[in-house]
Design a protein. Structure first.
Length: 341
């Protein structure tokens, strides 16, 4: 038993010595500071900033599953979008069956309905993700080109299955009664749902950081990424943990799909494919495989989209690409590159 467990504390000590690079976080603050004089009004700037942070946290929840799968399993899952759309459509069905709860003026009833929809969406997408990994992804581990082709094919099939079950048209996903409208902070107005989105995104971030950095499971997963054969020779079944990582990534995509659908207040079968481009921009900015980099990249993208949408609507569609190019010129491997990548 001593030979099995002795390498783990040493690895944990080494990992604990890694220091956080604060410069990318200062970039978020700098973007907010630069936007203030350009917007010109403090209440308007506060509204745009909170909206951008909320959008960024939603994008982070969606992208966190993708960056987990790539960062820990080295799998380019271009089929991630189908789990986003599936989670959103599952939520439409659950919330439709809880109309009395969503139509109530009680915030508690509304939150119960939303969390129930999120829970069911995560369970369904996690189960489908398990089958997706078993059937499509497992035969192409270590083959990036084949991963791209086969996961994109899986996404196309998944979208068609969604059309068969829910129809090809866009489906409304309205906010529950108590979450509509905005909170007033002086002259600034912040939508209630955006505050909830920030809270959920923060909870997901804390859970991920705790699991990956403070638990034995997280340590085994990261050790398995560095040297799979060595960890398995010590008696740990890391490959099974990797399957769990893929399931967790799929479940997070489903959760993000619910949040994005409520953010847009409508869902379509193609929504996952449309968001995929944005997700890859985020994980490239953050550093391929970096969970914390994914957060910073998502916040930058959310803030940039809201600021440019207000200041220069015609260039808003290209702002995220411009942001990615600028950051890659500064740091070619992203804000928080993974050393082993």
């Amino acid at each position: 038993m001593n030979t099995v467990t002795s390498p783990l504390p040493a690895a944990e000590v080494a990992l604990a010595k890694v220091r956080l690079d604060w410069i990318p976080l200062l970039l978020v603050a700098a973007l907010m500071a630069v936007a203030l004089p350009l917007v010109g009004s403090v209440p308007t700037w506060l509204t745009l900033t909170v909206a951008g942070l909320a959008m960024g946290m939603i994008i982070f929840v969606i992208a966190s599953g993708l960056t987990l799968v790539f960062g820990l399993m080295d799998v380019l899952n271009f089929g991630h979008g189908v789990f986003i759309a599936l989670g959103a459509f599952v939520a439409t069905t659950v919330l439709a069956g809880m109309a009395d709860w969503t139509g109530s003026a009680s915030l508690a009833a509304n939150l119960i309905a939303i969390f129930a929809a999120m829970g069911v969406a995560m369970a369904v997408t996690g189960a489908i993700g398990y089958a997706f990994e078993r059937v499509l992804v497992r035969p192409v581990y270590g083959q990036h080109l084949k991963q791209i082709l086969i996961t994109m094919g899986g996404m196309i099939i998944g979208e068609e299955m969604i059309k068969v079950i829910w129809g090809p048209e866009q489906t409304p996903l309205p906010l529950p009664e108590a979450l509509r409208g905005a909170l007033l902070w002086g002259d600034a107005a912040v939508e209630k749902y955006r505050v909830l989105a920030v809270a959920i995104g923060s909870a997901v971030l804390l859970a991920m950081l705790y699991l990956l950095n403070r638990t034995k499971i997280g340590l085994l997963i990261r050790a398995g990424v560095q040297d799979l054969e060595m960890v398995e020779s010590l008696g740990y079944r890391v490959r099974r943990l990797f399957v769990g990582v893929f399931v967790a990534g799929s479940a997070l995509a489903g959760l993000g799909g619910v949040m994005w659908g409520l953010y847009q207040q409508m869902v379509t079968p193609q929504m996952g494919a449309q968001i995929n481009v944005l997700l890859f921009i985020v994980i490239i900015i953050g550093g391929l495989g970096s969970s914390f980099g994914c957060l910073v990249g998502a916040l930058l993208v959310g803030l940039m989209a809201n600021y440019t949408g207000f200041l220069a609507p015609k260039v808003a569609l290209f702002s995220n690409i411009g942001l990615m190019v600028a950051i890659l010129l500064w740091r070619p491997n992203g804000l928080y590159p993974v050393a082993a990548r």
